[in-house]
Design a protein around this ligand. Structure first.
Ligand SMILES: Nc1ncnc2c1ncn2[C@@H]1O[C@H](COP(=O)(O)OP(=O)(O)O)[C@@H](O)[C@H]1O
Ligand SMILES: [Mg+2]
Length: 481
């Protein structure tokens, strides 16, 4: 037996023996001093456990620690040598999410930091998983922790009212909309004027916006995607007449103008506007009355950490009322924040339903796809919570433009988090999200709160979202939602 390591081992053991011997000697001396002082025999126990533990099984001691030689390599090399076990990129800064079950490192996330580091090209995210898998829990813990890093959060549509406590907890604000609530959002409210727009530019923008809103409302109420040409013209003429008299346009005024046209195009409006009178009557007199036809009563405070819109009061209303509400709240947040370049995360609970509404309003998904492109410049991070890929498939026939737009939207989300999936849908998810067999296997075994993160082109993490007991009490939905 030769070699440095062995001789070093013997040296260490010898030194231990020597130390123990000297300790025994010292104990004896102490015992002697004690008996001299007290005049009695001192019987100090000489308890010295062996450094290797007692000679019995399970003695909770390891004979000698393994000390492999240190090997240094770049994280890229280690990532390739030990796939799934080593982090492949630098650790990310941001809000703490939880441990990575593959690399055992701690994982934090902030889409803006990741974008600045060129890990992703767009800040938007998709979180996909069955009900109760932990999507909202992740969105809430990520959002509240990002709030503390001075990011702003908006939830334009909270059908279960589960974000109200969350907003309150971080000093945010909740707007409750529905019959009986004192909060109102005017369906035709164009929001604040961006400072870059000239007077004419702003006039044009407001006119376009209001005309599109009226068209969308009519399409939703009639459940159609096309309007006759004459009605386009009537909407235009009516708006022109109302806008010449009022600064803040309400649907009620549009309706009154349709019923009793006063301007120079009164005859045209009277002749071609009969259908519109009947459709818009639902908003001012019918089942949807009172929700959208009053001036906006709430201001959007850009500095509030979190703004959520609780729409749980209208969950029992008609499908059209809910669709109008989605459109109104989404646009209200969009237009209120449009002029600011603050980093803002917009969380879309039940995103597939929101997309369906956009399709029902006649704008298809082009508007949403365009919004995604603009979002990159506006520092807006859309977070789409989706139950399953099949929900996106349902938006349009396979092979149709709408279908590819829906999947394209998912592709635009450079951060995809997959929570537990229905076993029957794993193959479809694997195909759309580009999983190999290993990733598919990983997702199939995921438990509540664990998600596979696919970040940018190549980064993969398997994260258990950690929440504190206090957070859990506030975020919990008390069941599946
Ligand atoms: N990371 C987690 N840690 C602890 N409990 C969790 C976690 N994720 C989910 N849960 C529990 O599961 C419930 C449902 O989770 P939630 O996020 O609301 O599901 P969904 O995917 O339907 O949005 C929560 O109320 C909570 O009790
Ligand atoms: Mg949820």
């Amino acid at each position: 037996m030769s070699g440095n390591s062995h001789s070093a081992g013997f040296v260490r053991v010898d030194r231990e023996k020597a130390t123990r011997r000297s300790l025994i000697e010292r104990r004896k001396e102490l015992a002697k001093e004690e008996s001299q002082r007290t005049g009695r025999d001192a019987d100090l126990p000489l308890i010295f456990g062996s450094s290797w533990g007692e000679h019995r099984p399970h003695n909770l001691r390891a004979p000698a620690s393994v000390r492999p030689p240190v090997h240094r390599a770049s994280s890229k090399t280690v990532g390739i040598a030990l796939p799934f076990l080593a982090e492949t990129g630098p650790a990310m800064d941001g809000a703490f999410i939880g441990p990575d079950l593959l690399s055992r490192g701690m994982f934090s996330w902030d889409p803006w930091i990741a974008k600045d580091a060129r890990v992703i090209r767009s800040e938007s995210m998709a979180i996909i998983g069955v009900k109760g898998s932990g999507k909202s829990m992740l969105a809430k813990s990520m959002a509240t922790r990002l709030c503390r890093l001075h990011r702003r959060i908006a939830v334009p549509h909270d059908p279960n009212g589960e974000w109200t406590r969350v907003a309150e907890w971080v000093g945010g604000k909740t707007i409750r909309l529905g019959p009986g609530s004192r909060h109102r959002i005017n369906f035709l409210d164009p929001g604040p004027r961006p400072s870059i727009l000239s007077d004419d530019g702003w006039e044009y923008d407001v006119h376009q916006f209001q005309s599109q809103r009226l068209q969308a409302a009519v399409k939703i109420l009639r459940q159609t995607t096309v309007l006759p040409e004459q009605e386009h013209t009537v909407i235009d003429l009516v708006l022109q007449a109302v806008r010449s008299r009022h600064t803040h346009v309400l649907i009620q005024q549009v309706y009154d103008e349709l019923m009793n046209p006063t301007g120079e195009f009164a005859d045209e409006i009277r002749r071609d506007g009969v259908g519109l009178q009947h459709t818009l009557r639902r908003i001012v007199r019918g089942d949807v009355a009172g929700m959208f036809d009053a001036p906006t009563s709430v201001g959007f405070d850009l500095d509030t950490p979190m703004v959520t819109v609780d729409t749980s009061m209208i969950e029992k209303a008609s499908a059209e009322a809910r669709a109008l509400m989605r459109l109104a709240t989404n646009d209200w947040i969009d237009r209120s924040t449009g002029a600011s370049d603050q980093a803002r995360m917009v969380i879309h609970e039940e995103a597939a339903v929101a997309l369906l509404t956009e399709i029902a309003s006649g704008s298809g998904l082009e508007q949403r796809a365009a919004d995604e492109k603009v979002a990159r410049h506006k520092r807006k991070s859309n977070v789409y919570l989706i139950h399953r890929i099949a929900d996106l498939d349902a938006l349009g026939d396979v092979g149709s433009a709408l279908h590819s737009q829906a999947l394209g939207l998912l592709a635009d989300c450079e951060t995809r988090v997959s929570y537990a999936q229905h076993p029957g849908e794993l193959d479809r998810s694997a195909g759309v999200l580009g999983w190999n067999d290993t990733l598919r296997e990983l997702v199939s075994k995921q438990t509540q709160g664990v998600g596979l993160w696919q970040i940018g082109q190549s980064k993969i993490a398997h994260i258990r979202n950690v929440v504190t007991p206090e957070e859990e009490a506030i975020f919990s939905t008390g069941g599946v939602q």
